[in-house]
Ligand binder design. Sequence first.
Ligand SMILES: O=C(O)C(=O)C[C@]1(C(=O)O)C=C[C@@H](O)C=C1
Length: 253
Amino acid sequence: MIVGVYGLGRFGAFWATVLSDFFEVYASSRSPRSFADIPYKIVSQDELFRTCDTIFLCVAISAVESAVVSLRDMIRPGSLVIDTCSVKEYPLGVLEKLLPQDIGILGTHPMFGPDSAVNGIDGLPIVITPSIRTSYDAIAFWSEAFRKMGLRVHRMSAEEHDREAAYSQGITHFIGRLLDRLDLKDTPIATLGYRKLLEIREQTCNDPFQLFVDLQKYNYHTSEMRQSLVKALNEVLDTINKSIDYDDKSSIR
Ligand SMILES: O=C(O)C(=O)C[C@]1(C(=O)O)C=C[C@@H](O)C=C1
């Protein structure tokens, strides 16, 4: 079985490498790039869809629609398109709307990337969100394949995924970008907690800014998450303000 990867950005190039330990992998992208020392074969878009009947789509969330429009005539009937976006309801909706009925669709979200999987993928989580267009065989095959790759497979609906991810990955990227605006510096008196804050900033800001914007825009639950954050911030500020007695000179400097 030759597995295809379409999109060779930060995540696609990483995922093609990971898959190559378990499958023969062909990869292609809109703007052809040359890579040194890679375990997969770079092919033209034409060859990718002619050769592979399982294709991982590894494009930015905001690029899914235009990618599918430009590729759909090349995808053979009976193929399976596996989306890997960090949100699930939006891309699955686009794929279901734009791909012909005889092409299968499976949603996945590997909950890691090149930074978090620097020591390998063993034990890391991957979400699978079957759509109305996922065959039982495809769910069974890929759940087992991901397990054999050492991943922890979590099956849930796209809606459940997005709700949970808004309050886990979404909030992390939001806080990371907030911290980035403060220009925080390392210091010899850094506490463990402070070092963890700096790590969050580094981990999230190492990803393209587009990922941050897309996570906030295309996960329909992040707006509620942001409102909860603002409410929580105001409540904490209120508590502090109430505890400061502005007439008592000893409590303020
Ligand atoms: O390891 C990395 O490079 C990542 O940024 C991975 C990360 C994240 O930690 O938020 C980013 C995008 C994916 O949706 C999953 C996880």
